[in-house]
Design a protein. Structure first.
Lengths: 417, 417
């Protein structure tokens, strides 16, 4: 039995299953009699010494956490820079861990968080503080290196394929005398994983989606409009999927909201309505469009069972790795076979994961650039398989948990942030 | 046993459960040994004599139809005008029915369709053709008069409440260092029923949605921005629901897409992103927004059990009314008690339903205009109760039916349309 505590924190955009990871972390740590604290709002909470005593949550809340979307302890968009530039921040992290007897730091996030976690691991070593920093994967963007898939992606992918399928039945019914083109905007700044997932909704050239616009393929408006026109002529309607990260061939985003987030990325959104207007004005068709935005990453009601199980598995493994004395690693998903889908969890060095972006392989995009290949389908299909519905109340709503979030008493002077 | 055939047609915007009504109509007609034809694309298909032989569909397809979204036989936005103006069209309808031995015409739609069905009933009588025209209710807008609720609305309402709840968990997790305001645009051109349904997601002033903008309440931008600002200060974030039909106090829509549909209505969409931009520019908060559009009315995967059962019940009743010799009526839902929710089906004269629009009672909107009252909650709650999930395939997608749609041989000369 260990006397050190475990600190768990969530980072970056949240998902439908990141709390399933949290629940698995808490349960596994408890089975090892390790006390769990959670940072409020990710690394920001660590710096502020704003910690939550997870032991104060009821057993019912912790059970319900496993099927609650969002990030129960709060997440953050706050990127720690290099060890030199943000040296004071890194030292503060170590101070907070020391003050609370934290020996295990589990950071649940994407690329940037893996990088932060890696640096925390390095600086703890440098300062001789025995902190085991372990990354835990999560992102609906599916762009983490090394791992076969990222927890959170499978559920967003299932949401996308199911919603696209359902909307396409609607458009098909309306097309004769009304809406002929439907534009569906998906998340994915640099990689078209969610756009590709929409492709699972249909088979063959006449089933929706008829056109997928990937961020990996430069947008050619003329060719796009010709394809939409030909599809309407042939099928009666046309369903278009477009990634928020669609770019012109000079690299500019087709639609930019204008702002920048904390990581310096442009805040996107709106390429869907933009394309809808282009189609309406140039081809004269009645067009509808949707931007699901946060709905696609928080739709716990439509979680993929595969994704749910993997989210739990990485949480359990992260604790086991910590207990086994590992640090500077991340549990990743290793695919052993496509069909039947078999996978296992294995440790990967954070240095290999941090700041690498997993792009879609070219072999996953159809030659004409507007669809997915069979190889892509083989990769994606198991990730959306299975259902993991939450329990519903008599009120018709899923029974999601809200934590009490009892704060741990502070031991250090305030830290300006 | 009757020798007359039954013609079923779908009209207007489709829903997650209109095919459940269709399946119930078909099954009930068969139990009376009545042959069923369906018009392809609603009244347009009748005028074109473009009819589908439903008897040619497999038993498996007809079973799956009950849990398939969209309008399996095709719908239309095509309004027949007065009996004088469109006299030729009405006569053609009678001709087509005569040619195919149709004695029962079941038209499944909203306000406009009830009007069309009523006129068909009148003209058949005038010309001495024994056609029993029965309306069957359907619309996600929930704006049909007389009936307690409209099949299709309960499922769209459940989708809205669940999606709003899930997205609000996401925003809560991101708010400290990122998104502080989330804007959710719902359908509802003139009546705020779906906007109100979003209100079911939260209780009390601090749970989302914090602001609902109803089409019934003139938009006051200054008061709105003040409320958003105060909510962010108090709660940490603010979730806003806005109806596509939001208007200024002079009656202009806050956002108009510019087009008009076949009924002369403006084609709306975009008030969500518009308000998001206003909040960002005026208050400086990071904002996300969603426009679910067709997703909210086709989300069969999240259908309400109440809605599903009512959609089937009106289909069954419509056939029973026809068999009993009734015409010019619509089966409507009569509420007998709120809790436990008890309801029955009863016939209402089409003349009472046609062209009346059921507005939200003033007593359903909170005094400040930004939320729902307890009376509204009592009305809405039972409509989203219960789940009616479709079966899923191994591929992780719901098993939805696609009809063969075998055409009935034409017997009349073509009709220019």
């Amino acid at each position: 039995m260990s006397t050190g505590k475990l600190l768990y924190a969530q980072s970056g955009g949240v998902t439908a299953v990141i709390n399933a990871t949290a629940a698995a972390v808490i349960e596994t740590a408890r089975s090892h009699r390790i006390k769990v604290l959670a940072a409020r709002n990710g690394i920001v909470g660590v710096l502020r010494e704003d910690l939550i005593d997870v032991g104060k949550e009821s057993a019912a809340t912790l059970r319900a956490l496993a099927h609650t979307p969002g990030g129960a302890f709060g997440s953050c968009r706050f990127k720690l820079k290099s060890l030199d530039t943000d040296h004071a921040h890194y030292l503060r992290l170590i101070e907070v861990c020391k003050a609370h007897g934290i020996r295990y730091f589990l950071y649940n996030g994407g690329n940037d968080s893996a990088d932060t976690c890696h640096k925390v691991s390095l600086i703890a070593k440098e300062y001789g503080y025995p902190l085991q920093a372990i990354g835990v994967p999560k992102t609906v963007d599916n762009d983490l290196a090394v791992t076969d898939a990222c927890p959170g992606f499978g559920s967003a992918a299932k949401y996308t394929a199911v919603s696209l399928l359902e909307a396409s039945f609607d458009v098909a019914a309306m097309a004769e005398s009304s809406t002929k083109v439907f534009v569906y905007e998906v998340m994915g700044r640099h990689a078209g994983w969610l756009a590709a997932a929409a492709g699972l909704a249909g088979h063959g050239p006449d089933e929706a989606p008829h056109v997928i616009l990937f961020p990996e393929v430069a947008f050619d408006e003329t060719r796009f409009l010709d394809t939409v026109k030909a599809t309407v002529a042939r099928v009666g309607y046309c369903v278009v999927v477009v990634s928020e990260g669609l770019r012109h061939d000079d690299g500019r985003f087709v639609a930019e909201a204008g702002g920048k987030d904390a990581f310096g990325h442009s805040q996107l959104g709106g390429v869907g309505p933009h394309l809808a207007a282009v189609v309406k004005d140039r081809l004269g068709f009645k067009v509808h469009w949707t931007v699901p935005d946060y709905l696609q990453r928080s739709a716990r009601h439509l979680a993929s069972k595969t994704d749910f199980e993997q989210a739990q598995a990485v949480g359990r493994a992260a604790v086991e790795y910590a207990v086994a004395g590992m640090h500077g690693v991340m549990p990743v998903i290793v695919r052993q076979s496509d069909a039947p889908y078999r996978w296992k969890i294995a440790p990967a060095p954070l240095a290999k994961v941090a700041n690498h972006e997993k792009k879609m392989p070219k072999s996953y995009i159809r030659r004409d650039g507007y669809g997915i290949t069979d190889a892509c389908r083989r990769y994606l299909a198991p990730l959306i398989a299975g259902e993991a519905a939450p329990p519903y109340g008599k009120d018709g709503l899923p029974r999601y948990a809200r934590i009490k979030g009892v704060p741990v008493a502070k031991k250090l002077p305030p830290y300006p942030l």
